[in-house]
Design a protein around this ligand. Sequence first.
Ligand code: PBG
Ligand code: ZN
Length: 323
Amino acid sequence: MFARFRRKRINPVLRSLLQETHLRTDDFIYPLFARSGTGIKNEVASMPGVYQMSIDEIVKECEVLKKLGIYAVILFGIPDVKDSVGSDALCEHGIIAQTIRAVKNAHPDMFVVTDLCFCEYTDHGHCGVLDPVLHTVDNDITLSNLAAQAVIHAKAGADMIAPSGMMDGMITAIRKGLDHAGFENLPIMSYSTKFASAYYGPFRDVAESAPSFGDRRSYQMNPANRNEAIAESMEDEKEGADILMVKPALAYLDIVRDIKNNTTLPLAVYNVSGEYAMLKMAAKAGVIDYDRVMMETLLAFKRAGADIIITYHAKEAAVLLQK
Ligand code: PBG
Ligand code: ZN
């Protein structure tokens, strides 16, 4: 006696009936990169199909996204001027504040998430203010700046704040800052388990945010650590995060499942720049069926336990899901 699994694989209708995991366009958040100017849409060499855009182009892009059924974006800013604290991010007229206002004004139905960090805004490229003795980010000074940055995003009309800096206590500090300013209904999606990953390489080209010295290993996690990965997300849940995240996604599907099994909160994954670039370049080289590999990869995130997928593939996947 043996089991006939194939009995249920022969008829395509039955195969569909029995499909356990489904991808939907509603699962996606699409990243956008804003810079000053007008009519600017510069493709990034390492990420075909991804652009730095001026605000007017971002507003136009949102129209395209909505036609595809994508109603959620995450915004990153590339300021004109960078300094040691990242002042552009702490200013109501900074690039991100301006972009949020423009997008919400033109598209009130677009759900605007903002990446909350300082690495795009500091001249040294680290995710906060530097401690002159330790030569790494000063955790607690950065916390008060993060709270201030969050309030600026909130006042500009952001629908959700996504802190990505991996500072200890960041959710407590941001929640307190938001509540104090009257934004107790604004959700926080924490980059709660974020690894120090080489997969962020192409992102640092598009966001112009590579650190000028050293690396991010004193605040982002060691890719080797599973217990710590769970503990990081559990801590952010305790501090009041509304949604947790694992980043990167593809090389960390075990961690996605571990965290899913340890929380009742919704879980996001960030399908990062290097993961996207690998598929693009493999397609260019003619060695994979891009569409199928992309959909299989995105489906794997859902199966591993993700509820939300932040992905540069969102538009391409949405087109395929319409068929
Ligand atoms: C900012 C931030 C990064 C990414 C998202 N937010 C870069 C980093 O931590 O170096 C990476 C996204 C990607 O690679 O697509 N802290
Ligand atoms: Zn950062």
